[in-house]
Design a binder for this molecule. Structure first.
Ligand code: NAD
Length: 515
């Protein structure tokens, strides 16, 4: 049963008070688009339209940027000390925590992600706000003294209005990962959430309000990438764009932002390798491989979607991986027993199923291979394992962004490295071995922005997050995020010992009458 509004019959999997509409948040007010345009949002379990979201374009972006610019100048935001700004961020974290179950329920309904995993993402969103609140209070400022000559110090100004563009895979958490540092740095923001999943972004209005965030500091404009997103990227009064999404979209945004010479932070796609040596703790490696590629429905930028296994343990590892994949519980996303839910959208389902068809001629299918039999409707895909995949295969090279993994054998360290680095992407890499000497040597040679040794993706928010090659430009995380949203200004103060070389000094005999 699928009901669409609060008045319909109760369906346990539909969150209570599900809104039927989502509006923009501009200058502290919830608004429809000026032309009344909306777009449809689908429930991934039924693919029925359950929500109409306001579809913004140039007009709404203009209004939001103007509101953000006004907010930047208001003393109630501009004049806050770091401690006071941190106070607002901490209260936002408290408000997120207080709404944790609600956020998870809405996110699961909108994205199809398993409820236990969206609960974890909601907690992480709160942690993002707490982390950046702490960071700005403790942050030192730079000053340099040249004895007797100069005192030089660095002032940080908020960059201005930051444009934030986010994807659908963990929407609320990724929005928080950009909002928290941008606000911590003192910016005002315009957020353009992903159009597949606008639901939880509608909570920011209340969260900001309850935490005392002044109106206009945080604006949300919903809409399609080509209209709302593009207008934000091209707006001359938005000096920075922080984007997370596909590499192809990132390349397009680079070009669109070029005429205004904007600062860009790009977190893009991935096809991350997991390298498993024969001496590894194999049960732990297996757990991490299974979790790394099948959690979040495989819709995870850092998914270990290529698994390279040393030949001596290859056959056994493949067999165990296939068994575990086949045993994963695929089902209703709101059921706490569910481990893989429904993919976000039928278009994405078609893409993932397309890759599974391609994989049938590129590798040996040992688990999954399409829709699970017990789920004939909705965007469900059985966790799928292809083994004996050649490096030239498309399922080895291209980001599938679903519960599909390609496994290949290797014979020695050189081959492992060659295979690991043999894609256009370079986001994450995972390494499993008990030989720590080897681990350190190999870690440095992996073409990836982030490497985990004997671990799945466990984040330390102080470390840089981001990729190389087609996986991104720039790094977020820790102080780097604050740097991105700040403009540094060097101020040089003379202490009396820096007389300038004199040009144009009057010569005797020319000036002064020559008498
Ligand atoms: P996407 O590129 O299709 O869309 C991302 C956002 O960009 C959406 O809000 C969309 O509306 C907007 N957009 C699209 N076209 C635009 C344009 N012309 N101008 C401005 N904005 C535009 O990505 P997606 O399908 O939503 O997300 C999945 C991708 O995101 C995967 O490739 C995944 O690896 C990547 N991702 C990367 C990270 C990371 O940190 N590296 C994290 C999560 C997801």
């Amino acid at each position: 049963m699928t009901n669409l509004g609060p008045s319909a019959t109760v369906d346990a999997r539909v969150p209570h008070d599900l809104p039927a509409q989502v509006r923009h948040l501009i200058d502290g007010r919830l608004l429809d688009s000026s032309d009344g345009a909306t777009f449809e949002v689908l429930d991934p379990v039924t693919n029925e339209v359950y929500l109409h979201a306001a579809a913004g374009g140039g007009t709404e972006i203009e209004l939001a940027v103007a509101a953000a610019n006004r907010a930047l100048d208001r003393p109630e935001w501009a004049d806050l000390t770091a401690r006071r700004r941190a106070g607002i961020l901490t209260r936002m974290a408290d408000e997120i925590e207080a709404r944790g179950r609600r956020i998870a329920a809405l996110e699961t309904y909108d994205t199809g992600l398993p409820i236990t995993q969206t609960a974890g993402q909601a907690a992480r969103a709160a942690e993002n706000f707490r982390f950046f609140a702490d960071l700005i209070v403790g942050r030192h400022e730079e000053a340099y003294r040249v004895p007797g000559q100069q005192l030089n110090y660095v002032r940080r100004h908020p960059l201005g209005v930051a444009g934030l563009i986010t994807p659908w895979n963990t929407p609320f958490m990724l929005e928080s990962w950009k909002l928290a540092p941008a606000l911590a740095a003192g910016c005002a923001v315009v957020l353009k959430p992903a159009e597949f999943t606008p639901l939880t972004a509608s909570l920011w209005a209340d969260i900001g309000d309850a935490a005392g965030l002044p109106p206009g500091v945080l604006n949300v404009v919903h809409g399609l990438g080509e209209s709302a997103g593009e207008a934000l990227v091209r707006h001359p009064a938005v000096p920075a764009i922080s984007f997370t999404g596909e590499s192809a979209t990132g390349a397009h945004i680079f070009a669109a932002a070029a005429p205004e010479l904007k600062a860009l932070s790009m977190e893009l796609g991935g096809k991350s390798p997991v390298v498993v040596f024969a001496d590894a703790d194999l049960p732990a490696a297996l757990d991490a491989v299974v979790f790394g590629v099948f959690s979040l429905n495989g819709e995870r930028c850092t998914a270990g979607s290529r698994v390279l296994v040393e030949r001596a343990v290859y056959a056994e590892f493949c067999q165990r991986l296939a068994e575990r994949a086949a045993a994963i519980r695929v089902g209703e996303p709101s059921d706490p027993e569910t481990e893989v839910g429904a993919l976000v959208h039928p278009e994405h389902l078609a893409k993932v199923l397309g890759y599974i068809e391609i994989g049938r001629s590129e590798g040996r299918l040992v688990a999954g291979g399409g829709r699970p039999e017990h789920l004939p409707e909705g965007n469900f895909v059985a966790p799928t394992v292809f083994v004996d995949v050649e490096p030239r295969a498309r399922i080895f090279q291209e980001e599938i962004f679903g519960p599909v993994v390609a496994v290949s054998p290797f014979d020695d360290v050189d081959e492992a490295l060659r295979l690991a680095n043999d894609t256009r992407y370079g986001l994450a890499a995972y390494l499993w071995t008990r030989d720590l000497d080897r681990a350190h040597r190999i870690a440095g040679s992996l073409e990836a922005g982030m490497v985990w040794v004997n671990s799945h993706n466990v984040r330390d928010l102080r470390t840089p997050f981001g990729g190389i090659k087609a996986s991104g430009v720039g790094r977020e995380g820790g102080a780097r995020s604050l740097d991105f949203y700040s403009e540094e200004q060097a101020i040089h103060v003379a202490l009396g010992g820096t007389p300038a070389p004199v040009l144009g000094r009057p010569r005797h005999g020319i000036e002064g009458g020559g008498s």
